[in-house]
Ligand binder design. Sequence first.
Ligand SMILES: C[S@@+](CC[C@H](N)C(=O)[O-])C[C@H]1O[C@@H](n2cnc3c(N)ncnc32)[C@H](O)[C@@H]1O
Length: 219
Amino acid sequence: MKTEINLLTTHPAANRDYNKRAREKTPEIIRIAKKFGKEFFDGDRKCGYGGYKYDGRWKAVAQKMKDHYRLAEDCAILDIGCAKGFLLHDFKELMPNCSVAGIDVSEYAIENAMPTAKPYLKVASAETLPYPDKSFDLVISINSIHNLSLPPLKAALKEVERVSRGHSYITVDAWRNEEERENLYKWVLTAETMMHVYDWKKLFDEIGYTGDYWWFIAD
Ligand SMILES: C[S@@+](CC[C@H](N)C(=O)[O-])C[C@H]1O[C@@H](n2cnc3c(N)ncnc32)[C@H](O)[C@@H]1O
């Protein structure tokens, strides 16, 4: 519990041109990206993913989380910021008897979710989760809650604590040195809260977040 651990090591290395993004980024592009609509997921790369498609990369992450947390076959898993439900689809394939749930603020992502995951997904925001206390054995949030400004982000961390009865795992935008900080500021379109890893850890302590964590680092 409360371990800094990378469970996304199997993700393919990203190819990010930070300077190109910084040159192309305009207030209008940021405004469009922050709507988390079609343009962010499946529009031009300038506005977000440039095509958010299932490519199987989450399969290995689901397996790693299952092994690391020793999840039971009938466990309950929540993904906050689940987008089109790729990770939950892979959990369901790996453990057909598990129950999955996902929330995302994006109506577009939920509407265009994988058909296998869609029945388990809801439009909601991370700071108010529509689930009772201690509903899930594992609560996950990958690169999502940093899209909230600090007060709702604190509420979101408390919500993770509230609905988890076991493990939780989050990743957030962070840096460890000046170069990573500069790259991150060039790169991000939507994040509202970004910090040095040291300050994130202080925030986790302040809120009483007891789960595990890792970083989105622009290195
Ligand atoms: C960078 S994407 C990550 C999606 C997915 N977790 C992944 O790693 O592929 C960020 C996601 O957070 C969602 N999001 C943004 N603000 C949110 C909020 N307040 N509550 C829940 N989801 C939010 C966006 O719609 C988007 O799906």
